[in-house]
Design a protein around this ligand. Structure first.
Ligand SMILES: *Cc1c(COP(=O)(O)O)cnc(C)c1O
Length: 382
């Protein structure tokens, strides 16, 4: 059975487990660490919450269905998911990764993977030749983010998956920006999908969460063993918040997208704005690939203004939009990548990517778009 994505957000692809016979519409929060055994050598299927909890299991079911995977594993945040995934690699292994990657993932690669003897080569994965050239004998994983943060580069997932299959290595795609509402990397040949559920999935800027989704049994088993061992699973109440958030994913994503498109178009006509990067704009270089592999464009955009002074003016005068890190929630947030999300990226690399003092990133929320535009306009000209 396969429902439309809006239905899957609410019900998954089948009936939920009847855990308590009350018929409660909202799934119960199982705030328990352990479970009593019915008898010696018997289990209810739940023994200890580090391993599994009914509320976490329910959000995992919805997420696996949304990403067309056979298993989704819920973590305490996106970075916990990424770091658990890295435990499947071994000293001597090599990763090829998108160069314009989420800052936290770069930190994981630099601080932890390198210490563990896992090397990473960063390339512009929107250029397939660069990916092929970076492969080494010991390459075990290609790690892609598309579109990227903050430069909105688009990578052709299907083409990269062919390269990975030929090489015999895994392909992982961080799908945080587009969410399964707009893009399903497993259908395009990826082996693992990474999510920060803190962003659009939960959607209200009020809890952290993360997922790894896969359609490979060996990977799912490996990840579940890591989770059981290191224990960064999503807590019961947070599982419930993510579960509740996902119910409205479809309506929120449509509104985020409509607002983002209107703001991107308005920004393009502002004299102080020098460049607008939004994958929904016709002039985006990745447009063709996006239209082939995604069903929409999401709510993230990046723009460049004429000076650092304009940046400061905007950040200090916005009233509806808030100057904050993070993204994907109901509230519009504006970020200064140079000093916030990408502060840890070496200056030379950062500048080479165009992440400089005039670049701003906006996570467009679901407020009235006229209020958002009026707010940006008064801040820009304050
Ligand atoms: C936020 C984010 C992460 C990390 O997730 P947390 O929930 O903050 O740990 C990973 N990838 C992307 C693209 C993100 O935006």
């Amino acid at each position: 059975m396969s429902y439309g994505v809006d239905t899957v957000c609410i019900h998954g692809n089948g009936k939920r487990k009847n855990v308590d016979n009350t018929g409660s519409i909202s799934f119960p929060i199982y705030q328990t660490a352990a479970y009593a055994h019915p008898g010696v050598g018997q289990s209810t299927g739940y023994d200890y919450t580090r391993v599994q909890n009914p509320t976490r299991e329910e959000v995992e079911r919805i997420m696996a269905d949304l990403e067309h995977g056979t298993d989704a594993i819920a973590f305490s945040c996106g970075m916990a998911a990424v770091s658990a995934f890295m435990e499947l690699l071994h000293p001597g292994d090599h990763i090829v990764a998108t160069d314009d990657l989420y800052g936290g993932t770069i930190r994981q690669f630099r601080l932890i993977n390198e210490k563990n003897g896992i090397k990473v080569t960063y390339v512009d994965t929107s250029d397939l030749e660069q990916v092929k050239a970076a492969l080494q004998e010991n390459t075990k994983l290609i790690y892609v983010e598309t579109p990227t943060n903050p430069m909105m580069q688009v990578t052709d997932i299907t083409e990269i998956s062919k390269i990975a299959k030929e090489k015999g290595c895994l392909l992982a795609v961080d799908n945080t920006f587009l969410t399964p509402y707009f893009q399903n990397p497993l259908d395009l040949g990826a082996d693992v999908v990474v999510h920060s559920a803190t962003k659009y999935l939960e959607g209200h800027n009020d809890t952290l969460g993360g997922f790894l989704v896969t359609n490979r049994e060996d990977i799912s088993e490996g990840i579940r063993n890591v989770l059981k061992t290191t224990g960064a699973g999503l807590a019961p109440f947070d599982s419930w918040l993510v579960l509740r958030g996902i119910k409205t994913l479809s309506v929120r994503m449509e509104k985020h997208q409509a607002n983002a498109l209107a703001i991107a178009q308005w920004l393009q006509n502002q004299p102080k704005v020098k460049e607008v990067r939004y994958i929904g704009l016709e002039n985006h270089p990745g447009r063709e690939i996006i239209q082939k592999q995604s069903r929409g464009y999401g709510g993230m955009l990046t723009f460049r203004v004429d000076s650092k002074e304009t940046v400061y003016r905007i950040l200090e005068h916005v009233k509806v939009v808030q100057f904050a890190e993070s993204l994907g929630g109901t509230e519009s947030l504006i970020t200064y990548p140079m000093t916030q999300t990408h502060a840890d990226v070496p200056e030379e690399k950062r500048k080479a990517k165009g992440i400089d003092e005039t670049l701003l990133r906006m996570s467009v929320g679901i407020e009235d778009v006229h209020d958002l535009i009026a707010d940006l306009e008064q801040a820009m000209n304050a």
